[in-house]
Ligand binder design. Sequence first.
Ligand code: AP5
Ligand code: ZN
Length: 217
Amino acid sequence: MRIVLVGPPGAGKGTQAAFLAKNLSIPHISTGDLFRANISKQTELGKLAKSYMDKGELVPDEVTIAMAKDRMEQPDAEQGFLLDGFPRNVSQAEALDVTLQDESMNLDAVLDLEVPEDEVVKRIAGRRICRNDSAHVFHVTYKKPKQEGVCDACGGELYQRDDDSEETVRKRLEVYHTQTEPIIDYYKAQGLVVTISALGPVEEVTQRAMEALKRED
Ligand code: AP5
Ligand code: ZN
């Protein structure tokens, strides 16, 4: 299956993507994680991305689209993929359509995670990420690690993302409403959007998502 996951910052896209990708045996492709990996390796792309991410703005389309395309062309993505955080505006959605058409492929569904803004703010404020792997995501209240500040999965140090400050989160939400939400209408016109509530325990949201995706299959 080829799936796009959309939702505001802190909706739980990364959390759900990890379970969904495993259940569906497809790779989880997160442009945010790809940028963070570049930042920790201090590549030129990482330096450029950080200057935008720290302000809560989108990284320019040109580099983002090239990076996402390169990842989608890896052998493990031949049978499908779950995109998390890409596309993030209408031009990225159009670029994705062109890439898929060139390969005679199409999307199966766009899963839209709906969460009220006050919940998003709570989720982001308590989020802690592992230094070794940004897919290892915890929450100080909702998903407490066994030992404070230590990753359950690999023993790595947990830290708060630089872009999770209150001011940057406000900016990210504004960017979501103005630039990313329009892609929901773009995909509605293609009949691809399934909206689910992302409230409640993580496992319940995963179950809801799996049922919604089964209906689209
Ligand atoms: P990105 O990394 O994509 O961040 P985001 O979209 O802001 O989303 P988040 O990672 O903040 O949240 P999430 O929805 O994954 O939530 P999570 O699962 O962690 O992008 C960061 C930046 O990179 C952008 O601002 C931009 O600069 C740049 N960028 C990335 N892609 C780009 C693109 N395509 N174009 C241009 N620029 C791009 O969950 C949040 C917390 O809630 C966690 O602590 C988790 O444990 C907890 N939680 C999850 N589910 C539940 C639940 N059901 N109940 C209680 N708690 C929960
Ligand atoms: Zn870890």
